[in-house]
Design a protein around this ligand. Structure first.
Ligand SMILES: N[C@@H](CCC(=O)N[C@@H](CS)C(=O)NCC(=O)O)C(=O)O
Length: 222
């Protein structure tokens, strides 16, 4: 299988880490949604990543659909999302909050990086920032309520994977001016995950001029 998309995207990275944890071999195409837009559109008409291309050429799109396929293939014993009941509901709740925070982080990047300053709309920025922090604060509260190492089910699940990928992305992209110290539960959990080989080896590679995050890093470095 071929995974399309750069690891600085939390959506791509959560699929990559899941493939690795489920021991599914894959090739990686480090294609940029900017530079390689037309190439990506051959596999996803939306021009978005991730896309996972099957050996028969069929492309799965959207990280949720891809992860559902991977779990279905792995079977209920190995699936990364708990199969049913409270654990599944709680994991999906955390995943929804984390993905929502990522979406709002992307709005912030769009507003602050890509829109000319004269056209940026401060109320929209404030709203997105509040929504992102609201979601992170809630996950942090839930993380701190756990007695064990993981968010649900007493083992690493898709909730931990997604949260770590999203939190890493937000810290990298938006750190200046943000108060990540507000989230000790998230910081501890993501540090635990990031230390594992699957996360360590599948990290964003910032290549100048290719990704939104690179642009943000360049801007901060100046
Ligand atoms: N819901 C999608 C979101 C994917 C997404 O937004 N990917 C971004 C990269 S971080 C992208 O492709 N952006 C390019 C665009 O939408 O034009 C998923 O979970 O896969």
């Amino acid at each position: 299988m071929i995974l399309i998309g750069m690891y600085d995207s939390p959506f791509v990275r959560r699929v990559a880490v899941s493939l690795r944890l489920l021991e599914v071999p894959f090739e990686h195409r480090n294609w940029s949604v900017h530079r390689d837009f037309e190439l990506i559109r051959q596999f996803n008409p939306l021009g978005r990543v991730p896309a996972l291309v099957q050996p028969d050429g069929e492309a799965l799109i959207d990280s949720n659909a891809i992860l559902d396929f991977l779990d279905d293939t792995a079977g209920p014993e190995r699936a990364l999302l708990p199969p049913s009941g409270d654990e599944r509901r709680r994991a999906l709740h955390i995943i929804s909050l984390a993905l929502g925070a990522a979406d709002k982080g992307l709005v912030l990047l769009d507003e602050t990086l890509f829109r000319p300053p004269a056209k940026s709309h401060e109320p929209r920025i404030d709203r997105a920032r509040n929504q992102m922090h609201g979601a992170l604060a809630e996950i942090d509260r839930l993380a701190q309520m756990q007695s064990g190492e993981w968010l649900v089910a007493g083992r690493m699940t898709q909730a931990d994977i997604t949260l770590t990928c999203v939190f890493g992305f937000l810290c990298d992209a938006l750190q200046p001016g943000q108060s990540w110290v507000l989230y000790p539960g998230l910081t501890a959990l993501s540090a635990r995950c990031e230390a594992l080989p699957a996360f360590r080896e599948l990290r964003a590679k910032f290549t100048p001029g290719e990704s939104a995050l690179t642009l943000e890093h360049d801007r901060i470095a100046r």
